[in-house]
Design a protein around this ligand. Structure first.
Ligand code: C2E
Ligand code: SIN
Ligand code: SIN
Ligand code: FE
Ligand code: FE
Length: 515
């Protein structure tokens, strides 16, 4: 089955579709075509010649054997989609390749589609079950239209998974920097990581710089630059920092003189001042205007970082930091998922009260209160088109949505802080059900940690009574009935009894913190 003519061409073969006059910027995603028949490459090229995704052309790489494909996978870690022939050097060369890519190279991002000319060699149900592939097509069913459809869905799915992966990495960096945050010089690492991630979440694509100063030194005391991103990233260098651009210096002077935030042609300056006299300034170089919600979150950022820094300099144990960070991140998630302001707050209060009524020690109740706002933390990684979809999710979208539980867990898991540890566990278990039919683990009864059982009930209690992009709010009686119906099914019976016995009190929390 192998083709000696092409097998010998290995590396030059991968570059042969790019002629020198074409610009790199015209290209978006990379797709690898793996087939030992030259004809298949030609037909695929011809069919997809004008194909565009996100307005960009596809960069095609070609492999004529599984061995060559593996080599290309090793050299190119950014392949979005690969069309994989099954029968090449051996009857199952394509399947072995899939196994190696997933397990040896550890590449779980690339979307793999099997194309086979001999379905008998690799029956669909067996292959899908045993190998981590994303689709299976018989060559005869791949008309030109079907091939294009396959490209769209494969690339879209890759884009979504890549987004999830990027946020996972960014947020883990934030969490890791908080655990190192016992020395003032790690402050800058922390502040930069948080700033980058906030900009990312708010989808503000511009440069920013953040610095603090102490008001006792007068309005023009020494400024310490703590965080910088984008084109201003190098102002943070200790030794040969180029210093702030003059227009930014001037805006900072003005904000400090007037002790207020400013908006000018140049960009935004956020000004905050802590009680102990620490002032902080955040400059964002943006062309368009920021929304009120974005401005608010950036304000919170400044205030939190300034507080943390001030207590660090005073040598205080940073007791408040974890709590502040939890609310800060919780707010960012809310803003992304457009669940109106108070959901996180209410879930926190409902969980706290349930924990008390359940009879947990006050200290445990407090940890649950502080950790539960992060139950949906993993949603920051879910792509907008799924998170904000007005209607019901399709099967693939639902599979992606369900990952929010383990994604949240993964990000927070590394932390050694008690609150974040419990938050990580709540992320993982807040969609488990008492009867064992929940996700992602399918735990049952008391296998589910109590914090997970409590936040599951608090979350649904609040979600049912709230408006979502996919549903209208339910009234008080309907919510009560639903919880009773799920007693011993979704929820632990004892917890349902507690919330029903105190239903007015719990519903009052909703009135106190309305959407
Ligand atoms: P969420 O909106 O915060 O809802 C949390 C949980 O409350 C849901 O978990 C579910 O157990 C319960 N819940 C919310 N609304 C209803 C409802 O109208 N009827 C019933 N019986 N239960 C409800 P679940 O199902 O695991 O969903 C997790 C998340 O997935 C939801 O969080 C939401 O962000 C998203 N989601 C679920 N279904 C859809 C949908 O049809 N469309 C969209 N766009 N998103 C959905
Ligand atoms: C995978 O790497 O295939 C798992 C991610 C997904 O398909 O949602
Ligand atoms: C789906 O749309 O398939 C799942 C939505 C849900 O279970 O609420
Ligand atoms: Fe959730
Ligand atoms: Fe929720």
């Amino acid at each position: 089955m192998s083709n000696p003519l092409f097998a010998s061409q290995s590396k030059s073969a991968s570059a042969d579709t790019t002629s020198p006059k074409e610009n790199d910027a015209d290209y978006g995603y990379t797709v690898l075509i793996i087939d030992d028949e030259v004809e298949v490459h030609k037909v695929t090229d011809l069919t997809l010649k004008r194909f565009r995704f996100d307005g960009k052309r596809i960069r095609f790489l070609h492999a004529y054997s599984a061995r060559e494909a593996l080599q290309i996978f090793t050299e190119h870690t950014d392949i979005a989609l690969a069309l994989v022939d099954v029968v090449m050097e051996t009857d199952h060369a394509g399947l072995d390749l899939v196994h190696k890519v997933r397990n040896e190279l550890g590449n779980h991002l690339v979307r793999l589609v099997l194309r086979t000319g001999q379905p008998g060699q690799a029956p669909e149900h067996e292959v899908i079950e045993r190998y981590d592939i994303n689709d299976y097509k018989e060559k005869t069913e791949l008309t030109s239209q079907k091939l294009k459809t396959l490209m769209y869905s494969g690339l879209r799915s890759y884009r979504d998974i890549q987004t999830i992966d990027m946020h996972r990495k960014g947020l883990r960096q934030v969490i890791e920097s908080t655990s190192k945050m016992l020395k003032p010089n790690s402050m800058s690492e922390f502040a930069t990581a948080v700033l980058k991630e906030i900009m990312n979440l708010l989808q503000i694509d511009s440069s920013a710089v953040y610095c603090t100063t102490f008001s006792e030194q007068g309005a023009h005391g020494e400024r310490r630059i703590l965080a910088a991103t984008g084109s201003m990233a190098d102002v943070i260098a200790e030794d040969d920092s180029p210093g702030l651009p003059a227009p930014v210096e001037q805006l900072f002077d003005k904000a400090l003189d007037e002790r207020r935030s400013l908006y000018s042609e140049e960009g935004y300056v956020f000004y905050t001042e802590t009680e102990s006299g620490y002032q902080s300034l955040l400059y964002i170089d943006t062309n368009g205007k920021l929304t009120n919600a974005q401005q608010e979150l950036l304000d919170i950022y400044c205030f939190n970082v300034a507080l943390t820094y001030a207590s660090l300099l005073k040598g205080e144990e940073i007791l408040e930091t974890q709590r502040e960070l939890v609310y800060l991140l919780g707010d960012a998630v809310e803003m992304r998922s457009k669940e109106t302001g108070a959901h996180v707050k209410r879930v926190s209060l409902v969980s706290y009260r349930l924990a008390q009524l359940y009879g947990l020690a006050e200290e445990e109740c407090l940890v649950i209160k502080r950790a539960s706002p992060l139950h949906d933390f993993g949603k920051v990684a879910i792509p907008d088109r799924i998170l904000h979809k007005p209607g019901k999710l399709d099967k693939e979208e639902w599979e992606t949505m369900k990952t929010h539980a383990s994604v949240g867990h993964d990000i927070l898991r590394k932390s050694t802080k008690p609150i974040l540890k419990v938050a990580s566990m709540i992320c993982m278990t807040h969609h488990e059900k008492w009867n064992g039919n929940g996700y992602p683990l399918g735990l049952q009864g008391e296998e589910i940690p109590i914090a997970g059982r409590i936040s599951a009930l608090a979350d649904v209690f609040d979600a049912l009574g709230s408006k979502r992009c996919y549903k209208e709010p339910w009234g008080k009686e309907n919510v009560r009935e639903e919880l009773l119906k799920e007693r011993g099914e979704h929820f632990e019976p004892k917890l349902v009894d507690l919330i029903i016995d105190h239903f007015d009190e719990f519903w009052e929390i909703r009135n106190r913190y309305p959407d």
